[in-house]
Design a binder for this molecule. Structure first.
Ligand SMILES: Cc1cc2nc3c(=O)[nH]c(=O)nc-3n(C[C@H](O)[C@H](O)[C@H](O)COP(=O)(O)OP(=O)(O)OC[C@H]3O[C@@H](n4cnc5c(N)ncnc54)[C@H](O)[C@@H]3O)c2cc1C
Length: 457
């Protein structure tokens, strides 16, 4: 089994030749820090709208090194942190528009990938969420009822039989499904986007770490880029920038990928629609059936490293590999003999209120997007289009959405940060265990953890 090496997705696709680092100080119109989906989508839409602009991307390692080249490949319509917070702050209509834009953004990514010749193994098979104990089942039914109060979410409740006919998870009590989700190969999308923006004239400098972002300047040890606008697109690595140590918390997420599974195993599992598969556990899992018929399955593992540290190239603790292997075998006993080919991890950015944000401060020229928690694959595209409108000063329906210019306070200093996040995930996993083995209703531990963390489900 390969452990780390950034991700299975990058091992599968192979990396482009390294791009040159920043050759020295220079001036640009827009400087983007970070070549993940946020940075690349922003560059793409900016160059399409205003080809005359000099757009420069500075990347500490290589394009797609972060979460964008490591994620679970769910291109889905989730509003980060849930819609309820926006109903409270902006009202129901504005929230409904946000959700509609998220639905449309799934199709926008698929459209641009097709238009630009990016083959990212995209199949729009919807999102399937399974329940397998009584508390999960009651949360599932409640969540589907809540979704039915919105006209645009299109969620269906499936009986245990309908659910297992689709994906045969052992012990299924029911499931939900909606169509606004596609399975992708994440690194193929990142690599393809990087090539496309370069062809549009965007300069990507790799192996160039920004130490500090200042008004109209990004500072590196290879030189300084001065620009009218500087976009911070560093997501889970943001805490590594000067003065941003307590901004977004780098939350860890890990995956394993099996070897390609044979037809007999697939006969017992089904999963012919290539739906993204998740569950109703508090410390939830996520999975996909890959284009070459593996299962890639992910979950939390070690949630957070003291002092906002990030992993080294995706190295994953063996306890996490065993945890994920356990879920895989419990869900699908037919995979018991399948080899695990690869394990890897990545970081996602978690703001103090678990709500994503995009914005621009006109006085300083500083723009930002991120804090997507585990739902950035689609949202980064919306962020890129929104940043383009904000930077070009083009008012649009996007710049009116409720997450624009949203700000939140910092995380607590250490050791409070570490203690709080570690305790939170211990509470979630204890709650899941109690619910799976004996409880008939949601564990109060999970409810308390939700309230304390400010996190909605
Ligand atoms: C394991 C895992 C599974 C996930 N699964 C899903 C999923 O299935 N669906 C979903 O919607 N979301 C998922 N996410 C979240 C999603 O991948 C991210 O929200 C999204 O990729 C964020 O893109 P980004 O460009 O903002 O950040 P990133 O992709 O992390 O890119 C940030 C880039 O900035 C660079 N950088 C950082 N700091 C500096 C610096 N100081 N100087 C220069 N460069 C710098 C990094 O090297 C990196 O390339 C997952 C995340 C992880 C980690």
């Amino acid at each position: 089994m390969i452990n780390g090496d950034v991700s299975f997705w990058w091992s599968q696709v192979g990396r482009d030749a390294p791009r040159a680092p920043l050759p020295g100080s220079l001036r640009a119109d827009v400087c983007i820090v970070g070549a993940g989906y946020t940075g690349l989508w922003t560059a793409y839409y900016l160059k399409k709208a205003a080809p005359q602009l000099r757009v420069v991307i500075l990347e500490q390692r290589f394009a797609g090194y972060g979460a964008s080249g490591r994620n679970g490949g769910w291109l889905t319509n989730a509003v980060t942190g849930g819609r309820d917070q926006y109903v409270t702050t902006h009202g129901r209509d504005a929230t409904a528009r946000f959700q509609t834009h998220m639905n449309e953004t799934v199709d926008e990514v698929i459209r641009v990938a097709a238009l630009e010749g990016i083959d990212a193994d995209i199949v729009k098979g919807g999102e399937f969420t399974v329940a397998y104990d009584a508390p999960q089942q009651s949360r599932l039914v409640a969540s589907v009822r809540a979704e039915h109060l919105w006209s645009m979410t299109d969620v269906e409740l499936l009986s245990a039989k309908e659910a297992t006919d689709r994906i045969n998870v052992v012990g299924t009590t029911g499931a939900s499904w909606h169509p606004h989700c596609a399975r992708i190969q994440p690194a193929k999308l990142a690599a393809g986007l990087a090539r496309v923006v370069e062809a549009l004239g965007v300069e990507i400098y790799e192996d160039t770490r920004v130490s500090e972002i200042l008004p109209r300047r990004a500072v590196t040890d290879r030189g300084t880029v001065e620009a009218e606008f500087v976009v911070r697109a560093t997501e889970g690595f943001t805490a590594g920038l000067k003065n941003l140590h307590r901004a977004w918390l780098p939350m860890n997420s890990s995956l394993i990928a099996t070897e390609p599974l044979n037809a007999q195993v697939w006969d017992s599992i089904g999963w012919n629609g290539r739906d993204a598969l998740g569950d109703m556990a508090h410390a939830y899992m996520y999975a996909q059936r890959t284009a070459d018929d593996r299962i890639a399955i992910g979950g939390r593992g070690v949630p957070y490293r003291f002092g906002s540290k990030t992993d080294s190239d995706g190295q994953t603790p063996s306890s996490t590999v065993e945890l994920l292997r356990g879920i895989l075998h419990r869900f699908f006993p037919a995979t018991a003999d399948a080899a695990i080919d690869h394990a890897w991890s990545g970081v996602l950015g978690v703001p103090r209120d678990w709500a994503a944000t995009v914005g621009l401060d006109h006085n300083s020229g500083l723009a930002w997007a991120g804090g997507y928690v585990g739902t950035g694959v689609t949202t980064t595209n919306l962020a890129g289009r929104t940043l383009t409108d904000l930077i070009l000063g083009t008012p649009s329906t996007l710049t009116e959405l409720p997450w624009v210019n949203h700000r939140v306070r910092n995380w607590e200093p250490e050791p409070c940060r570490w203690l709080a996040v570690t305790a939170l995930y211990q509470a979630y996993s204890m709650a899941d265990h109690a619910e799976f083995t004996r409880r008939t209703t949601t564990s109060p531990l999970a409810t308390i953890a939700d309230v304390v963390s400010g996190r909605g489900h």
